[in-house]
Design a protein around this ligand. Structure first.
Ligand code: HEM
Length: 423
């Protein structure tokens, strides 16, 4: 249902928004789809609770802000702006941690220095050879639930698989994945400040250890690349950015992707009958489900007119990628999920200089996951009823806490060649 909101009051983004962001986006659309003032109820990490900010929803406006240098990222300069924009004087849960001083939160020249050494490791060509290892990982994660009548797609498949992929990519030991997964979950949640701070400190300590080790005995992994090309604290912050941004979004894409297919039984049957449709389906899942719902912060360095609205200097701005990806001024019939035409011009991976560095890895990862699920679970079906689905309390990461599925009889692996491969 579209909530009715008085024209002038800021929209509160709360638990209803996490459950159904598109209800809020429809309300904004009814007001003319212009930049809109909001209050983000949930605080997390460096963002205080009840933060007053602007949300940009139309495709055209989102693209404009992504490329306009008057909207900046600088974690040092933004901290006082967060504090000034917090209604009721709320404090950020963790203002001191060096984890957030990474490429995702800074503009050039810092951003260039941090991102440039990594770009070549994340091109489509660089990640393509990972396909076979990803397939083996997905097969082995699925083997662990073989024989179960049902399992949790989030905790038993999507997270272990996507964490495994990012561990292997960075060179983080897989046996540590449970531990740092718990820390990342706390750091990206609305946990109590003491809990959040202590898990952030543990994460820093853990990453420091890995970086120090790679300085002693490097290998050809990305952690070594970070350890040798950056100072210690920069290497730690980059490793955190890659870990934190690099698995939850991918896991959420797999889960919400299955969910949207489940709501379209004919399309699901087509994908299950023809695995060559998987890459197009994944592209459409990215657009339709947008696992990165609201962007990270930006702030206006001066008053800027966007879509006919003047956003004052010093305002905090979030880009609603999920809304832009359903903008009917850009996509025909945008709420419809289709596997017939890839709509690759979506903004699920952002754009401009901060476009997702992991986009080729993420696409490949999701394609392999679905290819394995389709081939090995011909009768896979969702069991959690919609009224029992619990969404993560995050304005950024849109994902379910759990989704029970029944796999049906599992076909044995390893399989034949899959989507995008020569048969
Ligand atoms: C389906 C999976 C993914 C989605 C939907 C996604 C989405 C995004 C989006 C929208 C941004 C831009 C945020 C902004 O401008 O505020 C971004 C940035 C970023 N992503 Fe991803 N991402 C995914 C997977 C990954 C993976 C696998 C990695 C790690 C290899 C990764 C690492 C990053 C990093 C480090 C940034 C910051 C880049 C910069 O600021 O220059 N992401 N991602």
């Amino acid at each position: 249902m579209t909530p009715e909101i008085p024209e002038k009051s800021p929209i509160r983004l709360d638990v209803d928004f996490y459950r159904d962001p598109h209800a809020v986006y429809r309300a904004i659309k009814q007001r003319g789809n212009k930049p809109t003032e909001v209050v983000l109820e949930t605080g997390m990490a460096y963002l205080p609770p009840n933060l007053r900010a602007w949300v940009v929803t139309s495709y055209e406006d989102v693209e404009f802000v992504l490329r306009d240098p008057r909207f900046r990222k600088s974690i040092d300069k933004a901290m006082p702006l967060f504090a000034a924009s917090a209604q009721g004087g709320g404090q950020a849960q963790d203002r001191s941690s060096l984890l957030y001083d990474n490429m995702a939160n800074n503009d050039p020249p810092i951003h260039t220095d941090l991102r440039k050494p990594l770009n070549s490791s994340f091109t489509a060509r660089a990640v393509a050879p990972k396909r076979q290892a990803m397939r083996e990982l997905a097969e082995s994660v699925l083997d662990a639930v073989a024989g179960h009548e049902s399992f949790d797609l989030v905790q038993d498949f999507a997270f272990p698989y996507s964490i495994g992929v990012i561990c292997d990519t960075l060179g983080v030991p897989r046996e540590d994945r449970e531990t740092f997964h718990q820390w990342v979950q706390t750091i990206t949640s609305d946990a109590e400040p003491e809990v959040l701070r202590s898990d952030a400190q543990r994460m820093v300590g853990y990453l420091r250890g890995l970086v120090a080790q790679r300085r002693e005995t490097g290998t050809d992994d990305i952690l070594t690349q970070l350890a040798v090309s950056l100072g210690e604290s920069q290497a730690v912050a980059q490793a955190y950015a890659l870990l934190a941004a690099g698995y939850e979004t991918s896991a959420n894409l797999i889960v919400t992707g299955l969910l949207v297919l489940e709501s379209e039984p004919d399309l699901k049957a087509r994908v299950w009958a023809d695995r060559s449709l998987v890459p197009t389906a994944v592209e459409e899942m990215l657009r339709h489900q947008s696992p990165f719902n609201l962007s990270l912060y930006r702030y206006a360095t001066e008053a800027v007119e966007v879509g006919g609205v003047l956003i004052p200097a010093g305002s905090i701005v979030f880009l609603a990628f999920a809304a832009a990806n359903r903008d009917d001024a850009r996509f025909e019939d945008p709420d419809r999920f289709t596997v017939d035409t890839p709509r690759r011009e979506h903004l699920a991976f952002g754009g401009g200089i901060h476009n997702c560095i992991g986009k080729h890895l993420a696409r490949l990862e999701a394609e392999v996951a679905f290819d394995v699920l389709v081939r090995r679970c011909p009768e896979l079906s969702v069991r959690t009823p919609p009224q029992h689905m619990e969404w993560k309390a995050s304005p950024t990461f849109r994902g379910l806490r759990s989704l029970v599925v029944a796999p049906g009889p599992l076909r044995s692996g390893p399989g034949t060649a899959g989507a995008g491969e020569a048969a």
